[in-house]
Design a protein around this ligand. Structure first.
Ligand code: ZN
Length: 171
């Protein structure tokens, strides 16, 4: 897949970074795992999860037993692949967790981008899931975005997608 970087290509950019399409370049294998993760790759809601997955016992021994138990349960569906956090959905599909500052651009691309057609929030959110992306407030954020979409407000109500072209998924 050949994509150009930029705001118009947020979904393909994310999509191309899933494990199969990703090249491990520019990362020194000797670098300790914890040092690889920056604000750019770790969503704010996932900082503890990433610490458990990358530091393991070293991080957990600083916590109480109760906190450890809760955190380990929370980590269940998550995994780190090449420095990025992924979550396995109920449909058994691994989806890349979108970092905070990319959330709006991802929704915008799915709702207003080429071939998107201003579909309603649910169709827009499912499109994002189909692209292999996820974050905890995906449906809520998409609802808020579509509700405020200027074009949807001015010209029409948001459309329901043609589900013949979409494969239903369960987050
Ligand atoms: Zn719209």
């Amino acid at each position: 897949m050949v994509v150009r970087k930029g705001k118009d290509h947020v979904l393909p950019d994310h999509f191309s970074r899933i494990p199969n399409g990703e090249e491990a370049t520019g990362v020194d294998d000797e670098t300790p795992d914890a040092a690889l993760f920056t604000i750019d790759t770790v969503p704010s809601w996932a900082s503890d999860i990433v610490r458990v997955l990358t530091e393991g016992a070293f991080f957990l021994k600083q916590l109480s037993r109760a906190h450890t138990r809760v955190l380990l349960k929370k980590c269940g569906p998550f995994t780190m692949l090449r420095g990025n956090l992924y979550r396995r959905g109920n449909d058994d599909v691994l989806r890349r967790c979108v970092v905070d500052h990319d959330v709006i651009a991802v929704i915008e691309q799915a709702h207003c981008g080429s071939g998107s057609g201003h579909f309603n929030h649910e169709s827009t959110a499912r499109k994002i899931l189909q692209f292999g992306l996820w974050w905890p407030t995906l449906f809520q954020d998409t609802y808020e975005y579509v509700r405020r979409c200027d074009e949807c407000q001015r010209f029409k109500h948001p459309l329901k997608a043609d589900f013949n072209t979409l494969i239903p998924v369960v987050a």
